[in-house]
Design a protein around this ligand. Structure first.
Ligand SMILES: [Zn+2]
Length: 237
C-alpha cells in the first residue's frame, strides 16, 4: 500500500492497518539482507544491563529517536512534524553530518530536543579496533555536546563500552525498520504500532535511505499515539 496520498485524518485506512496489525502474527524478525529484531528480545537487556533499553514503564510517554542526521531534507521534515504535535525527541547525530549542517543541528537544540553522539563516521564497533572507535567518538564530541551515545548498528564491543563510562549508552526496544529497503511504510507503521508502549525508545532515521519509509510512517505514528493519550519526550542528555 502506498501511504503517500493519504492524509493523517484518513481514519478508515488507519483503522484498517491497525486491525490487520492486531490480527496478524507477531512480526519479530525482519529484513532479507540482515535479520534484525523489530522488538528487542528480552535476553539482550539482561546481557547488557548498563545500556538503556527503555525508559520508565509507568508513564504514558514515548521516546522517539532519529539516527544518522542531521540531513538537509529529513531532519527539517521531522522537526516541523514534532513541532506540529508539540512532541520532543532525541537525535543521534553523526559527527560529520553535524559539521556539514550546523544550522540544522542548532535548530534541533533550539526546539527543545536532545542530541546524542553516534560516532564521527558511523563506525561499526564490532569491525573497528577499540582505539580507532574511541577516537572517532572523541572527534564527534567536537560538534555534538551530549552525555548520550548510541552505537551505530547497535554494535559495540564490551571493551569499547567500558571506556565510554562518561556516556549513557542508549539502545532501544522498538525498531521501525525504516532503513530497510525491503519493507514498505505499512510494515514500518505496523512494527511501531504493535510493539510500542509506556517508556518505549523507538528508532527512526533522518537519513536519505530511510526517507521514503520514515516520512510516510512518522505522521501516522504521532497521530495514533497522541490520540491514545501518549506524550513524546526527549531522553535527558
Ligand atoms: Zn546509525
Amino acid at each position: 500500500m502506498n501511504l503517500n496520498n493519504h492524509s493523517f485524518e484518513d481514519a478508515t485506512m488507519k483503522k484498517e492497518i491497525i486491525n490487520r496489525t492486531e490480527a496478524s502474527k507477531p512480526l519479530l524478525w525482519r529484513g532479507l539482507g540482515r535479520l534484525y529484531p523489530v522488538k528487542t528480545p528480552k535476553w539482550l537487556p539482561v546481557l547488557y544491563p548498563k545500556r538503556v533499553w527503555h525508559m520508565d514503564r509507568g508513564t504514558r510517554t514515548i521516546y522517539l529517536t532519529f539516527d544518522d542526521g542531521p540531513h538537509p531534507k529529513a531532519t527539517p521534515f521531522v522537526l516541523d512534524l514534532l513541532k506540529k504535535y508539540d512532541a520532543r525527541a532525541t537525535f543521534f547525530c553523526i559527527g560529520k553530518n553535524a559539521e556539514l549542517y550546523p544550522e540544522i543541528y542548532a535548530r534541533i537544540i533550539r526546539e527543545g530536543h536532545t542530541v546524542g553522539n553516534h560516532t564521527q563516521q558511523h563506525l561499526n564497533g564490532w569491525k573497528t579496533d577499540t582505539e580507532t572507535y574511541l577516537e572517532n567518538i572523541t572527534e564527534a564530541e567536537k560538534s555534538i555536546k551530549s552525555g548520550l551515545f548510541r552505537p551505530p548498528y547497535g554494535r559495540l564491543k564490551s571493551a569499547q563500552a567500558r571506556k565510554l563510562s562518561r556516556f549513557r549508552i542508549i539502545m532501544w526496544d522498538v525498531l521501525s525498520g525504516d532503513f530497510d529497503q525491503t519493507v514498505n511504510a505499512e510494515t514500518c507503521l505496523r512494527n511501531v504500532l504493535r510493539h510500542t508502549n509506556n517508556g518505549s525508545i523507538v528508532v527512526f532515521h533522518d537519513s536519505e535511505k530511510a526517507w521514503q519509509n520514515m516520512s510516510n510512517t512518522l505522521p501516522l505514528v504521532l497521530e495514533h499515539f497522541m490520540k491514545e493519550g501518549f506524550s513524546f519526550a526527549a531522553i535527558p542528555a
